[in-house]
Design a protein around this ligand. Structure first.
Ligand code: UD1
Ligand code: UDP
Length: 352
């Protein structure tokens, strides 16, 4: 089987690492990096730490407005898919790289497979929600991380090609877990007790009122706050005149490598984030999570009591961090860490 995998943004390297490791011993994989993320700390570090093979192609699209970025990816990717003639194109998650891969594959490849299918936040203002829905609706094989995600697809009229292998990010996390104790904190001065925060969602960074509330909330948390900042957030803090306040009240550091970051999640008292992947990693690592959004596509973590949605309200952020505690039990929400193996088996059954 010849699989063409499309990646481009930080969380996709984490997801693809698990599948690639299972795929490559038995099949041919062509790895395409769209170039959506290009700074070494958002891209290269993941290839090194997760031992991902070098991409066969880098489309080098870089940053830009949605339409231009997606269109550039599509135009460059179409040539490659036409030349390579893969049996299946594999896309991950919900970024513009996902959508570009899906739209090209739907018209030029015999089969399109989507890893992380069926997730919905219910908020169509999120570019990711648009990307998820469109990708699911043109996919042939849909790999859902949970039963609930599969039920969502069914409600939308998609039943064929759906399976529930679990979450590939859990596979990657389990793979590195034993290496965490030896991890160098990458120059970060890690306090004994701290809250780990990340913010990068457009809905938070591009709205000065929301970003200001979040900074305010994080600054008022009694524990030190370690904040590995996405470049988009650093730019927004400067643009909205919030940089000085943030730098004074929070430990703003560069984006961390994956191993360091996971170790930071695992040791934190609590995580405050608007990231999708980080909500799950906090759950896997038994760290309570406060989500700086009104909705989440990972709603099982909220129902299980490990995650609370507080939006961008300073008072609610402080209260939620203060009261955060481990619930008495932890259900298995997203499989048992063998999602990649199950995905490869399903591809073999359906595509070969
Ligand atoms: C993208 C995804 C988001 C995902 C996130 C993971 C979309 C619509 N959004 O958001 O779903 O959660 O990646 O981190 O696809 N920049 C750099 N260096 C880089 C990359 C970006 O400085 O290597 C800056 C640029 O100013 C750019 C901005 O970050 O304009 C936003 O980058 P972009 O890839 O468009 O979106 P993300 O916010 O990273
Ligand atoms: N991550 C990382 N360093 C950081 C922040 C996040 O390695 O400084 C990892 C994190 O462990 C997770 C992934 O990046 O695996 C999540 O990416 P992000 O929050 O950017 O995107 P999302 O999951 O929201 O799409």
């Amino acid at each position: 089987m010849n699989v063409l995998s499309v990646v481009g943004a930080r969380p996709q390297f984490v997801k693809a690492a698990a599948v690639s490791q299972r795929l490559r011993p038995r099949h041919d994989e062509t790895l395409v990096h769209t170039g959506q993320h290009y700074d070494p700390e958002l891209s290269r570090v993941f290839f090194e730490e997760l031992e991902l093979d070098e991409p066969d192609y880098n489309l080098e699209v870089g940053s830009g407005p949605h339409a231009r970025q997606t269109a550039e990816m599509m135009a460059r990717l179409e040539r490659i898919v036409t030349d390579e003639r893969p049996d299946v194109v594999l896309v991950y998650g919900d970024t513009n790289s996902t959508l570009a891969g899906a739209l090209v594959a739907a018209k030029t490849s015999p089969s399109l497979a989507h890893v992380e299918a069926g997730l919905r936040s219910g908020d169509m203002r999120m570019p990711e929600e648009v990307n998820r829905i469109l990708t699911d609706h043109c996919s042939d094989l849909l790999f859902a991380p949970s039963r609930d995600a599969a039920r969502t697809l069914e409600r939308e009229g998609i039943a064929d090609g759906v399976s529930v292998p679990g979450d590939v990010m859990y596979d990657t996390l389990l793979e590195v877990r034993d290496r965490l104790d030896a991890v160098d904190p990458d120059g970060i001065d890690v306090p004994d007790e701290y809250v780990l925060a990340t913010v990068h969602r457009a809905g938070n960074t591009d709205d000065p009122d929301r970003l200001s509330e979040i900074v305010d909330g994080l600054c008022r948390i009694p524990q030190p706050v370690v904040f590995p900042a996405h470049p988009r957030t650093v730019d927004a803090l400067h643009e909205h005149g919030l940089w000085a306040r943030a730098a004074e009240g929070i430990d703003v550091v560069d984006p961390a490598g994956y191993l360091t970051f996971v170790q930071l999640v695992s040791e934190a008292d609590c995580v405050a984030t608007d990231s999708g992947g980080v909500q799950k990693e906090a759950f896997y690592l038994d760290t309570p999570c406060v989500t700086l959004r009104e909705t989440t596509e990972w709603r099982e973590t909220v129902e299980a009591g490990w995650n609370v949605l507080v939006g961008a309200d300073a008072g609610r952020i402080v209260d939620a961090v203060y009261t955060a505690a481990d619930p008495p039990s932890k259900p298995d929400l997203y499989g048992n860490g063998n999602a990649a193996e199950r995905i490869v088996a399903e591809l073999e059954r359906e595509v070969e």
